[in-house]
Design a protein around this ligand. Structure first.
Ligand code: GAR
Length: 205
């Protein structure tokens, strides 16, 4: 069984969807701990409510990376909690080489666009402002690039002329909450295999 850690910086609605899927028996993983670089992040409160260890780690506030002493601290926490797989869920820092090598092929992320369109920050707004008529979410392996890792699962939504950014994001989040537990279950069942070469064939289903 996958021994999962979830990393997040904010609301934690995707973490909640993963917790709910585990509790309802739809997702066969063990959530070992939930970590955040934001002390007051609601994601930590969600963990506490479900008796999951909720752990804050301090990063330099002005940096957007997980590196240096914070990276070491996180690696130590993961070892202490016997974690072997990591799901990023709204974690807003870049994971660097040392960490990626330690958990090679064992870190996944959810991104609020249909990658490779609109990588990076504020992807929902980027897509909405561009005027695309279809967008969605992507679950992908994490590699050294920004949102470039092999794609595991995608769900799409239509953007109607009556949609606002807010109503579009609501639809998008609802799809994220389906896509992430689904992707993790495929991995847990061994239906998905990570391959070193990062191209469109980087995952096999
Ligand atoms: C989600 O929409 C996720 O796709 C996005 O942050 C949100 C977190 O929401 N992630 C990124 O933008 C990563 N670049 P949540 O805290 O409610 O799960």
């Amino acid at each position: 069984m996958l021994k999962l850690a979830i990393f997040g910086s904010g609301t934690g609605s995707n973490a909640q969807a993963i917790i709910d899927a585990v509790e309802s028996g739809m997702l066969d993983v063990e959530i070992k701990c939930i970590l955040s670089d934001v002390a007051e992040a609601p994601i930590l409160e969600r963990a506490r409510k479900h008796n999951i260890p909720a752990l804050y780690f301090n990063c330099a506030p002005l940096k957007s990376k997980l590196d240096g002493a914070a990276e070491q601290k996180v690696l130590q926490i993961l070892e202490e909690h016997d974690v072997d797989f990591i799901a990023l869920a709204g974690f807003m820092r870049i994971i660097k080489d040392n960490f990626l090598n330690t958990y090679a092929g064992r870190i996944v992320n959810i991104h609020p666009s249909l990658l490779p369109s609109f990588p990076g920050l504020n992807s929902g707004k980027q897509a909405f402002d561009y005027g695309v008529k279809v967008t969605g979410c992507t679950v992908h392996y994490v590699d050294a690039g920004i949102d470039t890792g092999a794609i595991i699962n995608q769900k799409c939504i239509s953007i109607e002329s009556s949609d606002t950014l807010e109503s579009m994001m609501e639809k998008l989040h609802a799809q994220e909450h389906i896509a992430y537990p689904e992707a993790l279950q495929w991995i847990a069942e061994g239906q998905i295999h990570y391959k070193e070469s990062q191209d469109a064939a980087g995952t096999v289903r």
